[in-house]
Design a protein around this ligand. Sequence first.
Ligand code: HMG
Ligand code: MG
Length: 306
Amino acid sequence: MIPNKVTLVEVGPRDGLQNEAQPVVAAHKVELVHRLQAAGCCEIEVTSFVSPKWVPQMADNAEVMAGIRRQPGVRYSVLTPNMQGLAAALPTHPHEIVVFGAASEAFSRKNINCGIEESIERFRPVVAAAHAAGLKVRGAVSCALGCPYQGEVTPDAVERVVRLMKAIGVDHCGIADTIGVGTPRRAQAALERALKHYSLSEVSGHFHDTYGQALANIHACLQLGVQVFDTSIAGLGGCPYAKGATGNVATEDVVFMLHGMGIETGLDLDALVDAGAFISGVLGRPPVSRAARALLAKRGLALSAA
Ligand code: HMG
Ligand code: MG
């Protein structure tokens, strides 16, 4: 079942940076996107069209979208939680939009200020309007493996949201472990529920690495044939409404593992390490990625030996 080719959706510019307290100027976000596409990233989640009062770091969404030098073959996506977000996003010409719900009622209220059923009713016209504009719609199911407010989340709760998303026409279903508490068998159980409603190519895993389980979870999902994962350059990020949650699994770490397994990604690991070093430099701290740190150390050694 293990696929020989995997697509990584780079969520660093959005999921990675949304949680940064320090301002990151739009020019640096644009530069990050340029470096990511130069490294071979062909799916990039750029920003989100959410309330700037809720997530100030994404307030420059339109400026960032306008600043990107688009590369053919690269798909740019943005988060749109409601019609207001979609209306603001459409003139910036994304290829895809993302609606984000949750398998936990409590998290849904904290994150998007409404319960699960109501969130689906908010998404319904967003999906229809995005389709009418020719855009693909991804759906994220947050807190699929655990909730910071509610604790345990069952596979039944995950499937309920997956089914609701499918019913309103969401094209792709991402199963998200927002707080990184999932472990491999639980990750498989959640993904299996998504696979009851979506094809293998339209299901993805989005694993935050808070408890260091993300690579193991990805490996477990590969065994189900899952071929799309969200990753974040340098391991940036977290969710403003999930305190203590770290970034998504680092892109560099996932690429190191996949290439080591002989699985194609189309990505250039060295160029990714450069992109991660760039944004980490902007933020004034080293990359969280273990592979990036190791490769940077190796480069340093090579330089000092030369
Ligand atoms: P609300 O307060 O229920 O919305 O927020 P409202 O329609 O009642 O409007 C209230 C105010 O928000 C109004 O402004 C609206 O104009 C404004 P005011 O009159 O008070 O000045 N507003 C907006 N402004 C800009 N863009 C919009 C928008 N909508 C309303 N789209 C809302 C609902 C969803 C907007 C709010 O709760 C929000 O912005 N939440 C932020 C959610 C978020 O970005 N979370 C992080 C991303 S999700 C994530 O990280 C998880 C994921 O990675 C997967 C995983 O790991 O789990 C995807
Ligand atoms: Mg996330």
